[in-house]
Design a protein around this ligand. Structure first.
Ligand code: FES
Ligand SMILES: [Fe+2]
Length: 349
């Protein structure tokens, strides 16, 4: 059985990636064709011609207005996936229709539903409002990962690795040294992991972006909604500065680090990352620094996880990992993902 949960929303792309041209991305093993219609909506159709499977994203396939013409023998489809013309006959077979995916553009992401379209409920898409909200400035990107998505989930749920893998960027000794608390909301399907460091070294990532130096308060509050959306609410403040009782927090710096973890195949993953901040909003230097620094950090994870994937692929059955307190969030996430994979199995595949 696949470990990829079906009947789920996944981020397929940033909205900015999709314009009025053919764009293909594989999500959960399904090759999906996107384009933005002249009316501005995003299509999500199977990227396989129903005739002989030629990819509709592949030249000489082309977009003509809001129709895609297959580059092999000319089957032509509308934006709803329905075939409108075939060569050599006027009758278009009734079954000539591309599979169409429910698609929603929200919070700068393009989300697609993988599974039974009848079960798609757009209200269930988890939100990351900062990525497209006034009062926040965001830098973002996507790195391809040659590792199964579960390895990235493990990685993001246990930030103690920052101290070792990301020393000199976001890691300081306190991250690994400070215990975490983990909470699971089974009903909402969310795993929370918190680490509050009240007296910590300020890593370059935050020193250069906020201007704070010396010791800081550094709170990391993770909120993971399996399978796809991970949010790290990061709060940086001078030591002893707490949020007000009413929730306002004017003397702290807030960074929302968002990841969308999208399986490309069973063994490869799209690693979407975004860093939104509520300070230095118009400072291009800060944006450039955070984009470059975060991408470097993501690539450090990618390199490590690519190695792990090779190790796991080559090892004999039955290798036993050893887990400790730092792994409670990751283990809770694994349990939830396994439950989702069981529930979604057999639907619409
Ligand atoms: S494969 Fe597309 S028209 Fe034949
Ligand atoms: Fe990392």
């Amino acid at each position: 059985m696949s470990v990829i949960p079906r009947d789920q929303w996944y981020v397929a792309a940033y909205g900015r990636e999709i314009g009025h041209e053919l764009f293909s991305r594989t999500v959960c093993g399904e090759s999906i064709l996107f384009w933005r219609t002249r009316a501005g909506t995003v299509t999500a159709l199977s990227d396989r011609c129903v005739h002989r499977r030629f990819p509709l994203s592949e030249p000489p396939s082309r977009l003509v207005g809001d129709q895609v013409v297959c580059g092999y023998h000319g089957f032509t489809y509308g934006a709803d996936g329905g075939c409108v013309a075939v060569p050599g006959q006027t009758r278009v077979p009734r079954t000539a229709r591309l599979k169409s995916y429910p698609v929603v553009e929200q919070d700068s992401f393009v989300w697609v539903w993988i599974g039974d379209p009848a079960r798609a409920d757009a209200a269930r898409i988890p939100r990351a409002p900062w990525l497209a909200a006034p009062g926040w400035t965001t830098v973002s990107g996507m790195e391809p990962l040659k590792a199964r998505f579960g390895l990235l989930v493990d990685n993001l749920l246990d930030l103690s690795h920052e101290t070792y893998l990301h020393g000199g960027y976001i890691g300081t000794p306190e991250v690994a040294a400070t215990p975490i608390t983990t909470e699971v909301d089974e009903e909402a399907g969310i795993v929370y992991v918190s680490r509050h460091m009240d007296d910590a070294e300020c890593p370059p990532f935050y020193a250069k972006s906020t201007g704070l130096t010396g010791r800081i308060m550094r709170w990391q509050d993770i909120e993971y909604t399996p399978p796809c959306l991970y949010k790290l609410h990061s709060r940086i403040a001078p030591p002893g500065v707490l949020p007000n009782a009413d929730g306002t927090d004017p003397d702290a710096f807030h960074v929302e680090v968002v990841y969308a973890i999208t399986p490309e195949t069973e063994h490869t993953t799209h690693d979407f990352w975004a860093v939104a901040r509520d300070f230095a909003l118009d400072d291009q230097g800060v944006s450039d620094f955070l984009a470059e620094n975060n991408r470097t950090v993501v690539l450090q994870d990618v390199a490590a996880l690519n190695v792990l994937e090779q190790v796991i692929a080559a090892e004999p059955e039955g290798y036993q990992e050893l887990s400790i307190n730092i792994d409670t969030g990751g283990l809770a996430a694994r349990r939830m993902l396994a439950g989702l994979a069981r529930r979604g199995a057999g639907s619409g595949a």
